[in-house]
Design a protein around this ligand. Structure first.
Ligand code: DLL
Length: 433
């Protein structure tokens, strides 16, 4: 039977959801206009005043915010409350450019943790569960978010953080962890390590809540089979609060967006035009309940589609598809759009583990795509001629999926560095030339 953390909200009618959004958007826009000079300036440039925003139907009139704006306004420029009212910051990893810092009041943290509690309940969690949180703690939102959600639910929380795989597995066995929260790539690594140590029948996991990076359906099947669990997707981003912006339910067909807090839109990433229902485009969020950092029309760069059909689980909040990639993660190789998720699908379909790295270089003005793929131990024991047959097979399958030629290198099991957080899938050396 489906359980809800807040049924009156999660299963509200669409009319009720729209009414909440309308009544929360209007004062939020006014408050941001009055308290955030950076955004007021953007509104003035567009000739919009708070009086122009009377309901969500007027949302499209507001200017967008981008990561570049957050960098420009770093660190305090988008804060909508006095700094003394804030109790926490979280931050993105800042691998490309300046870090982005998000601020929280206690009220913001409470709402964020509620969103994460909804995600845990949707994955079958109750207060009787032992929630094993192996997302990183610290500035990254993964650990603190799921930790807080588990507390809200009253479950026993194991704040493991990432790393130290032996200790993770030992605690999992000794304390009987039932729900594992970590990145899907680390879940795959933990699954492999548990099986290698012959401990599969000593773990009591029933579910996993995996997100923070793209992962395919094939990878889900693989983790589910190896650990004997149901694996749920969870999505979020630091700028909007962290994990729990949306989450999967038992139906496992898209993630319900917490629409009482965040209004989603899908836009054309090139023109900024709002696209009709069912279109694939860039996801944009407007925060309507946050105190400290209520970003309006924030462009996530994540490409996905929204599904407003009624979900069999009973939740009425719109579902977003798994992000098909990020508009800024998409590689353009020889003029062709390549998403790492397409490569992952081919590999998993052909029985390879999800340990791979994509390396793009440029030689003589021509792009070169190389995919290094780990073999399973059984494949590794094959003779060399069989390995080259396998490589050729993969080249053909990748050509069929991507439309371009990729060099394939099959490498020994465990030779690609494992990540305890988000996996590093792409090394684009063209940027270094
Ligand atoms: O990754 C928050 C999070 C933590 C989500 C734990 C889920 C679980 P950031 O580090 O700011 O925040 O990265 C946000 O990660 O814009 C997406 O591109 C990507 N991302 C997050 N969740 C998913 C997911 C956290 N389920 C960026 N599938 C986002 C695919 C995801 N990509």
């Amino acid at each position: 039977m489906e359980r809800y953390f807040q049924p009156e909200i999660e299963c509200a009618s669409r009319e009720q959801i729209k009414a909440w959004q309308d009544e929360r958007l209007v004062p939020t826009v006014r408050r941001v206009y009055e308290n955030v000079p950076y955004y007021r300036h953007l509104m003035e440039e567009k000739g919009v005043t708070p009086d122009d925003i009377r309901s969500t139907d007027d949302l499209h009139k507001l200017p967008f915010l981008t990561k570049e704006d957050l960098r420009q306004a770093y660190p305090y420029g988008l804060l909508a409350v006095p700094l003394q009212d804030c109790v926490r910051i979280q931050s993105t990893s800042g691998t490309t450019g300046r870090r982005v810092v998000a601020f929280y009041t206690q009220h913001d943290i409470d709402l964020w943790e509620e969103c994460c509690a909804r995600a845990i309940v949707a994955a079958g969690g109750t207060k009787d569960d032992v929630v094993h949180v192996s997302y990183g703690y610290g500035l990254f939102t993964g650990g603190p978010g799921l930790n807080g959600g588990s507390h809200k639910l009253g479950s026993l929380t194991l704040p493991m953080s990432s790393g130290n795989t032996d200790r993770q597995i030992q605690f999992m066995c000794d304390l009987g962890s039932t729900i594992l929260c970590c990145t899907p790539s680390y879940a795959a690594y933990l699954a492999e390590s548990i099986i290698e140590r012959g401990l599969r029948d000593q773990i009591k996991l029933k579910a996993g809540i995996f997100g923070a990076e793209a992962w395919s359906e094939e990878m889900r099947q693989d983790i589910q089979e190896k650990l004997g669990i149901k694996a749920y997707d969870i999505y979020g981003l630091t700028e909007i609060s962290g994990p729990g912006v949306s989450f999967e339910c038992s139906d496992q067909h898209g993630m319900h967006i917490n629409e009482d807090h965040f209004i989603p839109e899908i836009i054309d990433p090139n023109t900024g035009e709002v696209l009709p229902e069912g279109s694939v485009g860039e996801l944009v969020f407007t925060c309507i309940t946050k105190d400290a950092f209520p970003l309006l029309r924030y462009r996530t760069r994540d490409i996905c589609v929204l599904n407003y059909e009624l979900c069999p689980c009973g939740r009425t909040h719109v579902r977003m598809s798994k992000p098909m990639g990020r508009s800024d993660d998409m590689l353009i190789v020889k003029g062709v759009n390549v998403f790492p998720s397409q490569i992952e699908t081919v590999l998993l379909n052909k029985g390879y583990p999800a340990n791979y790295q994509i390396i793009v270089t440029r030689e003589n003005n021509s792009d070169k795509l190389e995919v290094q793929v780990e073999m399973t131990p059984e494949m590794f024991s094959d003779n060399l001629s069989k390995v080259s047959v396998r490589e050729k097979e993969l080249v053909d399958a990748l050509k069929a999926m991507l439309g371009i030629y990729a060099v394939v290198k099959l490498v020994a099991p465990k030779s690609i560095t494992r990540s305890e957080g988000k996996a590093v899938r792409v090394i684009d050396k063209r940027k270094l030339y």
